[in-house]
Design a protein around this ligand. Structure first.
Ligand SMILES: [Zn+2]
Length: 306
């Protein structure tokens, strides 16, 4: 089972009609289906630059859901845990939102988004919203932020702590009753970037039964840029040492940022099991990192039935 915790490809639907075949993108439905069993598909855009982010998010969700329906021979939405047991050759897509400003930070709209298929929610992008502070600013959770986490736990929506400022990260971890996700990040000890997690945070995610998706984003893997596979492996190894074998996963961020060399597209993802084996990871570790750890987080968060 191969699973990726974060791709931004859906944004392309603001310009293109379908995600089925996109030769210029890092991934498309057809190539995804050749490689991954499950992929988190984020609805993302910089909400600060939009006059009405809630509206744009709904338009994007509508286009994405229609596109998934029209390509139901190769993809389908992942809505409940039982679907994880189905031997289905389609790639299951986890609809996620990157930044609660895309739903107006409105807890009352969360149940509606859940009906639309939302199964993972990033509380913030890089800036502060009404729920919490992103990592470019300081501050913790608001009362509304704490309530939204509880609602996510009840509805079966994964709480994604990627992009949060540290204060909110710790508060959210305290409140969250289900295994949390940091969908796409790397290790601060190796690259001092505010989007990366320090050792204490890595250990806490491991302790909470959560997972960190180590990303392919060039600037998170190397402060000097020009990261390659060796940088990715260093971050993966460090995360494993700090958080434990059960807590490491992969969250590429395809089509959301500049990728490291050798990790530019979904074709590179397919090589990862072999790259890990060549680096000395055991078969058990490879299976967990490439999918089983995220499978566990999905299983423990998603609703039992649709
Ligand atoms: Zn992101």
């Amino acid at each position: 089972m191969l699973i990726d915790a974060h791709c931004d490809t859906a944004l392309i639907l603001l310009e293109e009609n379908s995600l089925r075949t996109l030769p210029a993108a890092a991934v498309d439905f057809a190539r995804l289906n050749q490689t991954l069993d499950v992929a988190f598909t984020a609805i993302f855009f910089n909400g600060k630059k939009q006059r009405n982010p809630e509206r744009t998010a709904l338009i994007l969700a509508d286009r994405l859901l229609r596109d998934i329906e029209e390509n139901s021979d190769i993809v389908c939405p992942l809505l409940c845990r039982e679907q994880l047991l189905e031997g289905d050759c389609r790639t299951k897509l986890v609809l996620s939102l990157e930044g609660a400003e895309l739903l107006g930070c409105d807890g009352e709209l969360l149940a509606l988004w859940h009906r639309l298929g939302l199964r993972s929610l990033g509380l913030t992008w890089n800036y502060r919203n009404d729920l919490a502070s992103g990592c470019y600013e300081q501050g913790g959770l608001s009362k509304a932020g704490a309530d939204v986490i509880k609602q996510c736990n009840e509805l079966g929506i994964i709480v994604d702590l990627a992009h949060l400022a540290p204060e909110g990260f710790w508060q959210a971890l305290d409140i969250c009753q289900k295994p949390p996700l940091v969908s796409h990040a790397a290790c601060y000890r190796l690259t001092k970037h505010c989007r990366n997690l320090d050792d204490e945070q890595l250990r806490a995610i491991g302790k909470a039964g959560g997972v960190v998706g180590i990303t392919f984003v060039d600037e998170f893997l190397s402060a000097k840029g020009k990261a390659g596979i060796c940088h990715f492996l260093r971050h993966l190894n460090h995360c494993l040492e700090q958080a434990g074998t059960e807590a490491v996963a992969i969250g590429s961020d395809f089509d959301g940022a500049k990728m490291a060399r050798g990790l530019e597209s979904i074709e590179c993802w397919a090589n990862i099991p072999k790259i890990l084996a060549d680096d000395g990871f055991t078969e058990t570790e490879i299976v967990k990192i490439c999918g089983d750890n995220l499978y566990r987080v999905l299983w423990n968060n998603l609703p039992k039935i649709r």
